[in-house]
Design a protein around this ligand. Structure first.
Ligand code: C2E
Ligand code: MG
Ligand code: MG
Ligand code: MG
Length: 277
C-alpha cells in the first residue's frame, strides 16, 4: 500500500507547494520570472526627418512577450516595474538586446542614426546607466549613432549630487537627453536648463487634437515657439494624419514620429521595413 501511497503523497505535496507559491508569487514574482526568461523585448518605432520624412532613428519601446497572454503593452507592467525598481534591470537587459542585434549591422544604418530609450527617474541614480550607455555607443563604433535617453515630464527628477554627476558623465559621452510627453507635466524652464535637455518631444495628446481643438493648436504653437527659443530640437509624436503633418509643416520641426509614418515593430520587422528597404 505504501508503494502506491508514497508517490501519491509526494505528488500531492508537490502540487500544494506549486499552488501556494503561485498564490504567494503574485505580479512581482511574475515580473522577475519573466525577466529571467527574457520575455521583455524591444519594439522599435521609426522617427523621421521633419522635412523629407526619411528615417533618422528609432524609439525603443518595451513589450512583454508572454507565452500565454501574448504581447502585453507597457502600461500594464511598467508602473509596477517602476514601483519595485525592476525597471532598472529590465531596461538594462533591453538595451543589451538592441545593442547586440543592431551593433553588428551598424554599417547598414543611415548616418547619424539615433536610438531613443525611455528611462525612468529612479534609473538616473544608478551608475550602471553610464556603463550601459558607454557599451551601447561602443558597439556602433563602425558607424557612430546617437544615443538618446528620454525622461518623461510626468515624473520629475530630484536634483542630487549623484544625479548631477551622472548627467555630466552622460553629456561627456555625447548622450542626448529628451524630455518626453512635454506639455503634460510641470517642468519649469529652470528644470529644462538644469538637466541640459537637448530634445523636446511634444506629447501626442496635443498633436492628436490638432484641427479639432483650437486650444490644443495654441499649446502646440507655444511649445514649439518655446523650444525654438531655447534652441532645443523638437520631435512631434503621435502623428496619425496628413492634416497633422500639414499643420506642422510650416514649423519645419526636426523630427516627426507616429503611426502615420510607422508603428512600433519587432526588431526583425523593423530592419526589414526600414533599414533593408
Ligand atoms: P512614450 O515614450 O511617449 O512612447 C510613445 C507611445 O506612443 C508608444 O506607446 C507608441 O507606440 C505610441 N505611439 C506612437 N505613435 C503613435 C500614434 O501615432 N498614435 C498613437 N495612438 N500612439 C502612438 P507604447 O509603446 O504603448 O508605450 C507607452 C509608454 O510606456 C511610453 O510612452 C513610455 O512612457 C512607456 N514605456 C514604453 N517602453 C518603456 C521602457 O522601456 N521603459 C520605460 N520606463 N517606459 C517605457
Ligand atoms: Mg518615449
Ligand atoms: Mg511620449
Ligand atoms: Mg507617452
Amino acid at each position: 500500500v505504501s508503494l502506491i501511497l508514497f508517490p501519491l503523497i509526494s505528488i500531492f505535496i508537490a502540487f500544494m507547494t506549486y499552488a501556494l507559491l503561485g498564490r504567494l508569487g503574485g505580479p512581482v514574482s511574475a515580473l522577475k520570472n519573466a525577466m529571467g526568461k527574457k520575455q521583455f523585448i524591444p519594439y522599435l518605432q521609426p522617427v523621421v526627418d521633419g522635412t523629407n520624412h526619411e528615417i533618422t532613428g528609432a524609439e525603443v519601446l518595451m513589450r512583454w512577450q508572454h507565452p500565454q497572454l501574448g504581447l502585453i503593452p507597457p502600461y500594464q507592467f511598467i508602473p509596477l516595474a517602476e514601483e519595485t525598481g525592476l525597471i532598472v534591470p529590465m531596461t538594462r537587459q533591453m538595451m543589451a538586446q538592441v545593442r547586440d542585434q543592431f551593433g553588428p549591422m551598424a554599417a547598414e544604418l543611415p548616418a547619424n542614426f539615433h536610438f531613443g530609450f525611455n528611462i525612468c527617474a529612479s534609473h538616473f541614480k544608478d551608475l550602471t546607466l553610464v556603463e550601459d550607455c558607454k557599451a551601447f555607443i561602443d558597439a556602433f563604433r563602425e558607424n557612430p549613432i546617437h544615443l538618446v535617453l528620454e525622461l518623461t515630464e510626468r515624473e520629475l527628477i530630484e536634483p542630487s549630487e549623484i544625479t548631477h554627476s551622472l548627467f555630466r558623465a552622460l553629456r561627456r559621452m555625447g548622450v542626448l537627453i529628451a524630455m518626453d510627453d512635454f506639455g503634460t507635466g510641470h517642468s519649469s524652464l529652470a528644470y529644462l536648463q538644469q538637466f541640459h535637455i537637448d530634445i523636446l518631444k511634444i506629447d501626442q495628446s496635443f498633436i492628436g487634437r490638432i484641427g479639432t481643438d483650437a486650444l490644443a493648436g495654441h499649446i502646440v504653437d507655444n511649445v514649439i515657439d518655446l523650444a525654438k527659443r531655447l534652441q532645443m530640437v523638437i520631435v512631434a509624436e503621435g502623428i496619425e494624419t496628413q492634416k497633422q503633418v500639414d499643420y506642422l509643416a510650416p514649423y519645419r520641426l526636426e523630427y516627426l514620429q507616429g503611426y502615420f509614418f510607422g508603428k512600433p515593430a519587432d526588431p526583425s520587422e523593423f530592419i526589414e521595413k526600414w533599414i533593408r528597404l
